[in-house]
Ligand binder design. Structure first.
Ligand code: ADP
Ligand code: MG
Length: 418
């Protein structure tokens, strides 16, 4: 979080007065909720861990992020039917049941949350019909139904039959045109949840109206995952700082040896194009100037630091080096706006976490407006205890990248206009 400044102080109230990206969709605040049956799509795609009795929620960040919308809907007296996907089940896989999620949600709300026996069907219809004002029903994992990812109109119609009003608060799934995110929104009056609206506003503000300089840090595994954002920000950002395994595609394109580092072959051509475009751009594209190497992808591996980006055979580049962290941190500190997606190295392995930690600390301390997106980047920030130190931590990985690229998100587009 930034120190108070004449333009912006700490805390939500003043933040909400900042000029933000425009949002043209109708809000859940305006929805006819009183006594209505509301189908709310939430993003409860959380990590599960094995517990004494079955499975438990490993990280409840996404459940907590949906609470304001759930509480608003309940307070207005609606009968609430929640739906989410969880993992990638093949059919009705009980290891990916929503049951542990219902338990955690119930604890957080201090209310009973019933899990429906399926996503749709006669038993679910009966359970939905029994709901009283303020009651909550969580449907089973939407991906138990093959029609979910296929956006099958029959599944969408069955879901729409359960409710009068649809609310989408699942920003993390909004880039997918699935039955619970898009199909059903075409059949019921659809409103934006509080989280989804805030996500779109914060990210759109960075994309369209950033305070300058705009410093973008991109890392992670693959160039191909991030190519759209790299190209977009080459046009609009002041600096793009590259880290993570992704940098090795750039080094290969430059003819610099990468040893046994993880290199995405398809990324080399993409990186070459980016390097070519960067020449004619006002945006400064930066690559790591030093590296930390390991003999293999293992915390116990032999480790060494090199003062240039060359990786000898028999070694993998697993982190950026300290000179890179210093150079990147200076630009982050001087930025009006910072957007970060993707770790700088294999941060899950403690000996190779320093680069990601250094960048995370620089982002946390930056006086500019700071936004972080991406599942692993968010996990890294949380692991360093810095997740509350940024202005906006997006719950959407793919969705935040697609929005940044300028793509339309089907789950947002399908909602009612204001
Ligand atoms: P995000 O989820 O934040 O978008 P990605 O999924 O793109 O990030 O990338 C995160 C993964 O990239 C992590 O699992 C991390 O271990 C891996 N990674 C980053 N740098 C390296 C590297 N130099 N070598 C191997 N893996 C790396
Ligand atoms: Mg990831």
């Amino acid at each position: 979080m930034s120190p108070p400044s004449p333009e912006r102080g700490a805390g939500d109230v003043e933040l909400s007065e900042r000029k933000r990206g425009s949002f043209t969709k109708a809000s859940v605040r305006e929805a006819p909720l009183d006594d209505a049956r509301v189908l709310a799509r939430v993003d409860f795609n959380v990590p599960l861990t094995d517990a004494d009795h079955g499975r438990a929620v490993g990280d409840d960040t996404r459940i907590r992020a949906a609470l304001p919308t759930i509480e608003l809907v309940r307070e207005r007296g609606a009968r609430t039917i929640l739906v989410s996907h969880l993992g990638r089940p093949k059919g009705h896989d009980l290891a990916l049941s929503m049951s542990p999620v219902a338990d955690r949600l119930g604890e957080l709300l201090g209310a009973a949350v019933r899990v429906a026996p399926a996503v749709v069907g006669p038993e679910v219809e009966a359970a939905a019909a029994e709901l009283a004002a303020g009651d909550l029903l969580l449907l089973e994992n939407s991906r138990f139904e093959p029609g979910e990812t296929a956006n099958d109109p029959r599944l969408a119609a069955a879901l729409a039959g359960l409710a009068d009003v649809y609310v989408n608060d699942a920003f993390g799934a909004a880039h997918r045109a699935h039955a619970t995110t898009e199909g059903v929104a075409r059949l019921l009056p659809g409103y934006a949840g509080l989280l989804l609206e805030r996500e779109v506003r914060e990210l759109t503000a960075v994309r369209d109206d950033p305070r300058r300089p705009l410093c973008v840090i991109l890392g992670g595994a693959k160039v191909s995952d991030k190519i759209g954002v790299i190209e977009r920000f080459l046009e609009t950002a002041d600096q793009v700082l590259i880290g993570g395994a992704m940098c090795f595609s750039f080094f290969r394109a430059l003819g610099i040896p990468t040893g046994d580092s993880l290199v995405e072959e398809q990324g080399i051509g993409l990186a070459a194009e980016v390097l070519e475009r960067a020449k004619g751009s006002d945006c400064r594209l930066m690559l790591p100037v030093d590296l930390v190497l390991g003999e293999r992808f293992d915390a116990a591996a032999e480790r060494r630091q090199v003062d240039d980006p060359e990786v000898p055979d028999g070694w993998m580049g697993l982190d950026v080096g300290p000179r890179t962290v210093t150079a990147y941190s200076e630009l982050i500190a001087a930025a009006g706006t910072v957007f970060w997606n993707g770790p700088m190295g294999a941060f899950e392995l403690e000996p190779f976490a320093a680069g990601t930690r250094g960048v995370a600390e620089a982002v946390a301390a930056a006086p500019g407006f700071t936004v972080v997106g991406g599942g692993d980047s968010a996990a890294a920030l949380a692991a360093f205890g810095l997740d509350r130190e940024v202005d906006w931590l997006s719950t959407g990985g793919g969705a935040s990248l697609e929005l940044m690229e300028g793509k339309q998100l089907p789950g947002v587009e399908a909602l009612r206009d204001r």
